[in-house]
Design a protein around this ligand. Structure first.
Ligand SMILES: [Zn+2]
Length: 227
């Protein structure tokens, strides 16, 4: 899609801490490693209570976990918008907040949730991103990966990224979300790793992440010269 030597500005937007790491943590770690500029936006304050009102993690702990995970991936540009967990709006406010950051960065690639996710925060984050990024040329939706996302329409893998050298960054970033890791244990990590392995098998490498296209700017020099 892009010229080999071009340094890209990449923006990943997720509703909650751990959504981005689960879905495109390997891709972001690889991008940082290659010298691209990566920014993450987490829409909620990421504190979490269960259906009985019991606090599973406080906002303070959650924000620290988000920072630790971003650190593992090598991402230093991090915005936490602190919208209410489970009540992310599809609103002018959120679209304007995203618009401001997108305007500042002018990203070459934007990653966000799959629009046919079942979690209301994920759906509204995806829709808000697509609205805010109306003038951006490349928007990719990352694959829903449990427990961060579950689709009700089949996800169509259209763009693959080989993350074989970065799978450990992805799993370590997930472990940085200690309260989640405690909750789901190694079954969580193994599930995520297995999905990446499955996607890797589809493209003939060890591990991969994949994305569905909203729209994409194709630059012919890179398509024709695959070196
Ligand atoms: Zn989420």
């Amino acid at each position: 899609m892009f010229n080999k030597n071009e340094k890209l500005k990449i923006l990943a937007i997720g509703a909650h801490g751990d959504d981005i790491e689960l879905a495109c943590g390997g891709t972001l770690a690889k991008a940082v490693n290659q010298g691209h500029e990566v920014t993450m936006i987490i829409v909620t304050g990421t504190g979490f209570t269960d259906n009985n009102g019991k606090v599973i993690r406080t906002s303070e702990i959650a924000e620290q976990e988000v920072k630790d995970a971003a650190n593992v991936l090598g991402v230093s540009n991090l915005h936490i918008l602190r919208y209410q967990d489970a009540s992310v709006p599809y609103s002018v406010d959120l679209i304007n907040d995203l618009d401001d950051i997108i305007g500042d960065i002018n990203p070459d690639i934007i990653f966000t949730h799959f629009v046919f996710d079942t979690h209301q925060d994920h759906i509204r984050t995806a829709h808000s991103t697509i609205s805010a990024a109306r003038n951006q040329n490349t928007i990719l939706l990352y694959e829903p990966v449990n427990p961060s996302g579950q689709g009700y329409v089949p996800f169509r893998p259209q763009v693959y990224v080989d993350i074989s050298d970065f799978i450990d960054y992805k799993t370590e970033a997930l472990k940085s979300h200690a309260s989640q890791y405690e909750r789901y244990s190694n079954k969580w990590i193994n599930g995520v790793k297995s999905r990446a392995q499955f996607r890797g098998f589809e493209m003939g490498v060890d591990y991969a992440e994949c994305f569905e296209v909203v729209r994409i700017e194709m630059k012919f020099d890179n398509i024709l010269r695959n070196d």
